[in-house]
Ligand binder design. Structure first.
Ligand SMILES: [Zn+2]
Length: 159
């Protein structure tokens, strides 16, 4: 009988808590012995008894997702004790905002060049000297000033 218990290593939770891992262990399916830090993190943040209660309250098919969520939140909380995973979310939201601004600016750029091309080909037929002289300052032929261009160029405080 000793050989059968030896072939069944305790789950990460039972090993951490130094208790016998019974076949009915509620942690065993979600905390394999190969991932000892997963349970250690979850235990440190939420407490083993809370996790056990939570697992018993939710339907079995949702338990794995719940444990993975707890593990993710625990890891984030250990990494960032103040904000936890909210810190990661806000960093990603800021990144999305920044990329959206970049995309808007690039789209505005594209519009500008598309307009310049249209204006250029139009003016070539009507008055070619007007555009050719202003090659270095294509903004002149636009009927409006683009706001993103003004902010990125030299600031207005220099007179
Ligand atoms: Zn166990």
């Amino acid at each position: 009988m000793a050989s059968s218990s030896y072939s069944n290593p305790p789950c990460a939770a039972c090993k951490f808590l130094r208790r016998k891992c019974l076949p009915s262990c509620s942690f065993a399916p979600y905390f394999p012995p190969e991932e000892p830090t997963k349970f250690a993190n979850v235990h440190k943040i939420f407490g083993a008894s809370n996790v056990s209660k939570l697992l018993n309250e939710i339907p079995p098919h949702q338990r794995e997702d719940a444990v993975n969520s707890l593990a993710y939140e625990a890891e984030a909380r250990l990494k960032d004790p103040v904000y936890g995973c909210v810190g990661a979310i806000s960093v990603l939201q800021r990144q999305v905002l920044h990329l959206q601004k970049e995309l808007d600016a690039t789209n505005a750029d594209l519009m500008l060049y598309a307009n310049n091309d249209a204006a250029h080909s139009y003016q070539v037929t009507s008055n070619s000297t007007l555009y050719n002289g202003e090659e270095s300052n294509p903004g002149l032929i636009l009927p409006y000033a683009s706001p993103w261009n003004n902010s990125s160029s030299n600031d207005s405080k220099s007179m």
